[in-house]
Design a protein around this ligand. Structure first.
Ligand code: 13P
Ligand code: SF4
Length: 362
């Protein structure tokens, strides 16, 4: 994880109003030179300053399309800013307001583990394996996938990407989120006995050569701790308390939770489904609390709540505090780029292949 320098003291002393006013003024002065992108999990005090909000796919597309802006300030987590850097143009610079905003799931697979897994697979099977990485992964993993003819996917396009991967090879190695892989493969009509959970801590993922040979999906043993909190019991309680309620969850939730829900999808899809529903509808949502609270606030005629009664913020998304946003903007006004996210050339060019393949498939 890159080192974040401490914020100068003056930023810590500003109240919410001062921070908001100064961010608005700085954005105005920077004009078209700047675009601020915000992921749906960002807190209200940050997201209100975003020119565009979105899920990972929408934000990756936006990063590749805002060529007029010299600076892309990314209010999200590290892997998202890396993807924006890879997809943006050479004259653009991507800035992450707080360098410690990572993703614990992305950290569950590193390039050394993935390369070791690849070598072990090559030793026990001669079948053609396509690697697919969830966008929640480091650029080095995306580059690995690009070099090995695979693709990136997001929660909104995992199905077409996995279908494409199976049209190119015999098996898929999917990392780092086992749940997105499993839920998507089940949705495509595959069965659990076609899937193996690859434990990077075990030799050969914990399996025999025969089991590896027989499997069609090798799912990396990674997960999101925010989405791991949602349970089938919570869904049952919501249904009991609010008859007729609809339950929608993110596909990073477990298979049992996704199957007990009425619908699942990316953050953008969750927002769309709830927004399009008729006034008076009731929704229990299984995803991060900032998104859910904002929906509830913006659509007061509906009953909208988070499935988990104990609030479940993504602690790393939360590290983007307005004080950090103001600090990076003030530096831009003084001609300094701080917290520049720059993926090294060779890694970036292979990772771009994997991201471009995703954008072509979808
Ligand atoms: P989305 O692409 O659905 O926004 O998901 C990103 C993420 O990190 C969910 O935990
Ligand atoms: Fe990563 Fe989970 Fe946070 Fe999404 S919610 S950014 S997967 S830790």
């Amino acid at each position: 994880m890159p080192i974040q320098q401490p914020l100068p003291r003056e930023y810590l002393q500003l109240d919410a109003q001062e921070l908001g006013d100064r961010i608005t003024a700085a954005r105005k002065r920077l004009g078209d030179e700047l675009v601020v992108l915000g992921h749906h999990y960002q807190r209200d005090e940050v997201i209100r300053h975003a020119d565009f909000r979105g899920d990972s796919l929408k934000l990756a597309r936006l990063a590749s399309q805002r060529g007029q802006a010299r600076y892309i300030v990314f209010c999200g987590v590290h892997f998202m800013a890396e993807s924006a850097d890879i997809l943006s143009q050479p004259h653009q610079q991507v800035i992450l307001p707080n360098l410690t905003a990572g993703c614990s799931m992305a950290d569950m697979a590193d390039i050394y583990q993935v390369e070791e897994c690849w070598e072990q697979l090559a030793a026990v099977t001669s079948r053609r394996i396509l690697p697919v990485t969830y966008i929640n992964s480091a650029a080095s993993l995306k580059a690995f996938v690009g070099r090995n003819r695979g693709a990136v996917c997001t929660s909104s396009n995992a199905r077409p990407v996995l279908e494409w991967a199976l049209s190119q090879g015999d098996k898929v190695l999917f990392f780092p989120d086992q749940h997105l892989g499993r839920n998507t493969a089940l949705g495509m009509g595959h069965t659990l006995d076609e899937m193996l959970l690859w434990d990077p801590e075990e030799p050969f993922g914990g399996h025999t050569a025969q089991a590896i040979e027989a499997a069609q999906f090798l799912l990396w043993k990674g997960h999101c701790s925010v989405h791991a909190r949602f349970t089938v019991d919570q869904i049952a309680q919501a249904r009991e308390q609010f008859p007729g309620i609809r339950v929608i969850v993110h596909p990073e939730c477990s298979m049992e939770v996704v199957q007990a829900a009425d619908d699942s999808g990316s953050t953008e899809r969750i927002i769309q489904q709830v927004t399009r529903s008729e006034p008076g509808s009731k929704w229990a949502i299984g995803t991060e609390i900032n998104l859910v609270s904002r929906l509830a606030h913006e659509q007061p005629g509906k009953t909208i709540f988070c499935l988990d009664p104990i609030v479940c913020p993504c602690s790393t998304m939360y590290r983007i505090h307005p004080a950090y946003l103001l600090w990076v903007l003030d530096n831009l006004l003084e001609g300094r780029v701080v917290n520049h996210i720059q993926v090294p050339g060779e890694v970036a060019s292979w990772a771009k292949r994997a991201l471009d393949r995703m954008l072509e498939i979808c």
